[in-house]
Design a protein around this ligand. Structure first.
Ligand code: SF4
Length: 365
């Protein structure tokens, strides 16, 4: 078995580390945390110097009615359940107009199969017409799969039409953790790993970029994480379609957390949970693993908290994520007194730690 120091030296010399190497770094993290952070920081500096980016974006969720019931999810509701909603296109436009200075809009929902294809095309067209300078990031692989299926089109046909209506990029959500045994436990009826990979590749092959995500800190262990990272890296080598990698710690989906408690007790070791140290650990090992293959490692200030995000910026991460979240979608999530920050606030935070802020137009640039 390789020593962590040998793995880190090799990655600093520009060699790609293997999934096994990533597992070793995660397992030996407690003894080598400082070296791992320093290595991730050096690799990050070579790619981004001291520039830290963010996007002035607003998240809008258009519906929470879902045919699925993922066991970690506090967002979904069943049709006619209290709190279920579908926004009209006018509602969506009004929400965008609330912050006219934004560069990007991020639209997502649950898998609401009652909505016709025209709802999506109309929504995108109207946004493009009324806000021509705003990029539109919308829909996850699972949403897009059902949007196509419900309208009896191939995925490619549906995506081409949505792109014509203004779709710029997609969320890389629904990846959760790309291991079918674990998926069976946390999101039993959701798409399998191979299906997620197929959809993402189809999207990328049409020239549409996506983010890449990972939900960690639930039932997974280091092997699952390394497996997940390797799947993303393999896709990226073929398609170059991922704009950023956003690791997301589990624990924010509080409302249904109790459903998972039993599984968690059985499934996790005490030293392995998505706590604060884990956030920096995952961002640093992700940077070492991806190098510049996935250039942007995001420490999303809202998802991990600003303090942890700043720590991650010294350990491999280079992006803070979006400025405005949707209070309807995140009301059960932590952290979380604030759901919005201004670009000026993020710039101040970045300058304070000696780095240079860069406001992106959207994640692809
Ligand atoms: S995670 Fe997505 S697919 Fe699963 S229940 Fe929640 S909204 Fe539905």
């Amino acid at each position: 078995m390789l020593e962590p120091k040998v793995i880190l030296k090799s990655s600093l010399e520009g060699r790609e580390i293997s999934a096994i190497d990533a597992i070793i770094l995660m397992q030996k993290y407690h003894s080598f945390a400082q070296e791992i952070h320093e290595t991730a920081n050096l690799i990050n500096k070579r790619i981004h110097r001291d520039v830290v980016s963010f996007t002035h974006s607003k998240h809008i969720s258009y519906t929470n009615i879902c045919r699925y019931s993922c066991r970690y999810c506090s967002f979904f509701r069943k049709r006619n359940e209290t709190g279920s909603f579908v926004l009209t296109i006018d509602d969506v436009l009004k929400k965008i107009a609330e912050i006219p200075s934004i560069n990007e809009i991020c639209i997502y929902g649950a898998v609401n199969t009652a909505l016709p294809f025209s709802y999506y095309t109309e929504m995108l067209s109207q946004i493009q017409k009324k806000f021509p300078s705003i990029s539109i990031k919308a829909f996850s692989p699972l949403e897009i799969f059902f949007i196509a299926k419900k309208s009896r089109q191939s995925l490619t046909e549906a995506l081409k039409k949505l792109k014509e209506c203004g779709l710029t990029s997609l969320f890389g959500a629904d990846a959760d953790i790309l291991n079918d045994k674990l998926r069976k436990k946390i999101c039993p009826d959701k798409m399998k790993t191979a299906e997620w990979i197929d959809i993402i590749k189809t999207v990328h092959n049409l020239g549409i970029k996506t983010s890449a995500t990972m939900l960690y800190g639930h039932l997974e262990n280091e092997i699952h994480i390394a497996e997940h990272l390797e799947i993303l890296r393999d896709i990226q080598k073929k398609t170059h379609g991922f704009t950023e990698f956003t690791p997301m710690p589990f624990g924010e989906h509080e409302q249904r957390l109790n459903i998972l408690e039993q599984l968690l007790k059985r499934g996790r070791r005490e030293d392995y949970f998505g706590g604060e140290g884990q956030i920096v650990k995952i961002s640093s090992i992700s940077r070492i693993f991806f190098g510049d293959i996935i250039k942007n490692i995001q420490a999303n200030w809202f998802r991990v908290g600003l303090d942890n995000a700043v720590k991650s910026l010294h350990s491999g991460a280079n992006d803070l994520g979006e400025t405005h979240f949707d209070k309807t979608a995140v009301k059960n999530l932590k952290p979380r007194k604030e759901i919005n920050v201004t670009p000026a606030t993020l710039k101040r935070v970045i300058v304070k730690i000696g780095k240079t802020p860069r406001q992106r137009k959207h994640m692809g640039v």
